[in-house]
Design a protein around this ligand. Structure first.
Ligand SMILES: Cc1cc2nc3c(=O)[nH]c(=O)nc-3n(C[C@H](O)[C@H](O)[C@H](O)COP(=O)(O)OP(=O)(O)OC[C@H]3O[C@@H](n4cnc5c(N)ncnc54)[C@H](O)[C@@H]3O)c2cc1C
Length: 506
């Protein structure tokens, strides 16, 4: 079989029927509105409906069709940022609390699955961080992770097992009793369990404006919903929020390969290389056995020629495994917070609108945790961890470097993209399958020529905060380098903070 060239779906959809929920057809006045039907939104809706509150969940597309269905489905107590870095920036106590809170979220997921028999391929597995090169910085990073994990009470060891799928391991840390699942199936299963007396779920219902207040007013493309509380479970909050100035946005490619050999033992494998890491895991389902691999991230909207990242990950799996063919390829986005911890709670200058973002690529656990903390807060239960993740926390030292970097990225793009605007002089220069920015009759446009030669022309000015969008060659989208808004070649919003589509040129 040939490798897939399609980017539209991930391995998690294999063999899984997608349910349909209705579109919103009238104005409503529930107690709580949840915007977004990923793991964060559905978990929050479940918990609040269970607590007897009236909830409306508004999803722009389909349930779980955001990053949740494009993750790698690993659940672990540590974080991509590393425990030792969290300890260095926030202190030992906060690092230990972070681990405890993440363990509580993983336990919650397992309890839900066991109690309700949700079929989502959940299993407890070890998590391994290892390196095969003698780069001393990698080795000490792994040793630091081991020490920090021990301090946080994780069952940690640092010996390689005989059936480990990689040889020449120079250093390894293993945390036992972590987990894996198919997050898409889990979220669909959780949605089915929601008490529909208390919660109505609407799909294909994009929210186009939220006005915080008492009540909050939520406009969708057709109707208005008023509520006492809003949970913005949209991965990055829609509109303009302070946290956008603190977050870096990354895209990452992943793939699922069919092997000509047996899959490695069930585990999370994080292979540390000099410039970053690859993450690998096996996945067995009714549809077959897959090896899933996640490559290195790059800043969204900053690299038009991004196909190298995909090629690197393909080379990596071919180098280490006997690959038959690549069955699925996909990409997804992550939002990295300024100080390594996510933002969960009420944002600055807001009263009743909760946000949950900055999860990096650790958000199946953080999204669940956010839902637990926010729903507890709404029903009047104070939670010790809310302060740790408070979006208005002041961590100047822990965040300073990234704040400066993020601000300079935005300013650089605003200035550079306007001063040296455009990478084509005329539409004729654009080849089939390519996209360019140019000026036509004084207007800044983004033009894409499809494989049949048809032109798709939209404004190149991002509707979020006015930066110029850049072409994403692998996925054929327009991506904004400032805060990660992404658009189709016809200008429709795919994800990120922008509410509105790219306009059509006059
Ligand atoms: C490649 C990759 C691999 C990852 N692997 C892992 C992993 O193994 N383990 C882990 O813990 N984390 C992982 N993550 C992170 C994790 O996938 C995300 O952090 C998590 O899925 C976020 O869930 P969410 O519900 O907050 O957002 P999403 O799943 O993105 O859901 C947001 C929803 O909001 C909807 N929405 C957006 N705008 C609107 C609007 N205007 N109106 C209505 N609805 C709207 C979207 O359509 C979407 O359905 C990974 C991330 C990446 C990029």
């Amino acid at each position: 079989m040939n490798d897939t060239k399609d980017f539209s779906t991930s391995v998690w959809y294999a063999d899984v029927p997608s349910p349909n929920y209705p579109q919103l057809k009238s104005n409503l006045e529930p107690d709580i509105v949840v915007i977004g039907g990923g793991i964060t939104g559905i978990t929050a809706a479940y918990l609040l409906a269970k607590a007897g509150r009236q909830v409306v969940l508004l999803e722009a597309k389909k349930i779980a069709s955001g990053s949740t269905a494009y993750s790698t489905g690993n659940l672990y107590a540590t974080v991509g940022e590393r425990l030792s870095n969290i300890e260095r920036r926030h202190g030992e106590k906060d690092m230990i609390e972070m681990v405890k809170s993440r363990l509580a979220a993983i336990d919650f997921i397992e309890e839900m699955i066991t109690a309700n028999q949700i079929d989502c391929d959940f299993q407890r597995v070890p998590w391994h961080l290892f390196t095969r090169n003698s780069h001393s910085e990698n080795e000490s990073e792994i040793q630091r992770e081991f020490k920090a994990g021990k301090k946080a009470g994780l069952e940690a060891h640092n010996t390689t097992l005989s059936d480990f799928p990689y040889s020449d391991i120079k250093e390894i840390t293993t945390f036992e009793n972590q987990a894996q699942l198919n997050a898409y199936k889990y979220v669909l299963g959780l949605a089915q369990l929601i008490n529909h007396q208390n919660c109505q779920i609407f799909e294909n219902t994009p929210v186009i404006k939220v006005k915080d207040g008492s009540p909050c007013i939520i406009d969708t493309d057709r109707h208005t919903v008023k509520a006492n509380h809003v949970i913005m479970a949209t991965h990055s909050p829609k509109g303009v929020y302070q946290v956008h100035t603190e977050m870096e946005v990354y895209r990452e490619f992943a793939l699922a390969a069919k092997l000509k050999e047996a899959l490695p033992p069930a585990a999370v494998y994080w292979d540390l290389i000099e410039s970053g890491q690859y993450s690998v895991r096996p996945y067995s389902t009714h549809d077959g056995n897959y090896l899933i691999a996640l490559g290195e991230p790059y800043r969204t909207g900053t690299l038009e020629e991004n196909e190298q990242f995909l090629q690197q990950i393909e080379q990596y799996v071919h180098q280490h495994f006997n690959v038959d063919h690549i069955a699925y390829r996909w990409a997804a986005q992550n939002y990295k917070s300024g100080d390594g911890l996510p933002y969960i709670g009420i944002s600055a200058l807001q009263w009743n609108t909760y946000i949950a973002t900055g999860f990096k690529a650790d958000g199946l656990v953080y999204g669940t945790l956010a839902a637990m903390l926010i729903s507890d807060k709404i029903v009047g239960k104070e939670h010790q961890w809310l302060e740790l993740y408070n979006p208005t926390r002041f961590t100047p030292i822990a965040s300073a470097k990234q704040f400066a970097k993020e601000t300079s990225t935005v300013v650089t793009h605003l200035v550079k993209d306007y001063l040296f605007y455009g990478n084509a002089d005329s539409l004729k220069e654009i080849k089939n399958g390519d996209g360019k920015t140019l000026t036509i009759d004084g207007e800044k446009v983004a033009a894409y020529r499809d494989e049949e030669g048809g032109l798709h022309v939209v404004s190149s000015v991002c509707t979020h905060l006015g930066c110029v969008v850049h072409f994403n060659k692998a996925e054929k989208t327009w991506d904004c380098p400032c805060h990660g808004s992404r658009f189709t070649v016809d200008g429709d919003v795919i994800e990120g903070p922008a509410y509105n589509k790219l306009s059509k040129p006059l």
